[in-house]
Design a protein around this ligand. Structure first.
Ligand code: 3HC
Length: 296
């Protein structure tokens, strides 16, 4: 296998990460199928891709003709068998739940052609364990994009215990071809590199706020933005990422290595009450409108 054999890509899951990965792949010239379980999810995802491309046209990063060509390269499909037909590389971006992944990979295995390589956009689940659920653990790899995939330059590449070297080479080349910077995570540990730092950071920010007599979150956010040059404050970034994503990553990382993180109960509380951040209008902060304007 080599990068030159990759022409058609299927992205499973059309949420924040899936639709973004589909878009960056199409921008690199690939023919992409975006697959989800309901047409309405795909319709929303295609709208988001259209919006993102139009932003790029507005900012003169793309011409309108290029944006139209990129959009036309992405085909939304519900039927899994049809979505996998002729696919060279599958990129799975379904929610972070091992039981769900198990079900998805069992279905995928029943339709995927022998040539199809598998990649997962998981942010914390062990690649070796997921690869073992499939018929091709030697051709399975982690490709962890960051939100928003259209703008974030980094992708973590995580080989599993049985991933072969040509698959690693293909993945590193693929990430560069889609205009991103790959970082090879040699150890398949929960949270890889970035989430190993980012997820504890969110919890420590809450401990810090509590310790300092409930100092306003904006004080902590301002400190990291203006003194440490973070592009967003920690609470802002947590709301942007989603408290569901953060809580699930926390549970996963803590259950596998209790030393890496001190979960703060506030994160679980926000998750339990469905205050998930920008997407629900409330997380650490509150938001209004479809541009997620902050109101506190
Ligand atoms: N496509 C195209 N344009 C987009 C876009 C998208 N998907 N999303 C936002 N934009 C646009 C904005 O609308 C804005 O346009 P405007 O100027 O007309 O309003 C423009 O891009 C730039 O926005 P900003 O002025 O806010 O520019 P920034 O320079 O701040 O960049 C950012 C935005 C890249 C999101 C930056 O704030 C950033 O890097 N934030 C941190 C994000 C981050 O750390 N992500 C990782 C989260 S952790 C994760 O994903 C891992 C997971 O496993 C948990």
């Amino acid at each position: 296998m080599s990068l030159s054999t990759i022409n058609k890509i299927t992205v499973l899951g059309s949420g924040v990460m899936g639709h973004g990965i589909a878009q960056v792949s199409a921008m690199a010239g690939y023919n992409v199928v975006l697959r989800d379980i309901e047409q309405s999810f795909l319709d929303k995802a295609m709208e988001k891709i259209k919006w993102s491309l139009s932003k790029m046209v507005e900012k003169q990063k793309l011409s309108q003709a290029d944006a139209d060509r990129i959009f036309a390269r992405i085909t939304p499909i519900v039927d899994l068998k049809q979505a996998l037909k002729g696919t060279d590389l599958l990129i799975e971006a379904v929610p972070e739940d091992m039981n769900l992944k198990k079900k998805v990979y069992a279905e995928v295995d029943s339709f995927a052609e022998a040539k199809t390589l598998y990649a997962s956009n998981t942010s914390t689940l062990p690649i070796t364990e997921m690869a073992a659920l499939t018929s091709r653990p030697d051709r399975f790899i982690g490709l962890h994009f960051f939100n928003p995939p259209q703008l974030m330059p980094l992708v973590e590449v995580i080989p599993g215990g049985r991933t072969n070297q040509s698959m690693v080479d293909m993945a590193m080349g693929f990430v560069q071809k889609v205009g991103k910077q790959p970082v090879l995570c040699k150890k398949d540990v929960a949270g890889f590199i970035v989430n190993r730092v980012f997820i504890p950071l969110v919890h420590e920010a809450v401990y810090c706020q509590e310790r300092d007599n409930n100092v306003p979150m904006t004080t902590i956010d301002s400190a990291v933005k203006f003194k440490m040059a973070f592009p967003m404050g920690i609470f802002e970034l947590a709301d942007y990422t989603g408290l569901d994503v953060i809580h699930k990553a926390t549970v996963e990382m803590h259950s596998r290595d209790s030393k890496v993180i001190r979960p703060h109960p506030k994160v679980k509380q926000l998750f339990d009450e469905k205050s998930l951040g920008q997407k629900t209008g409330k997380g650490f902060y509150e938001y209004k409108g479809d541009k997620y304007e902050r109101i506190n």
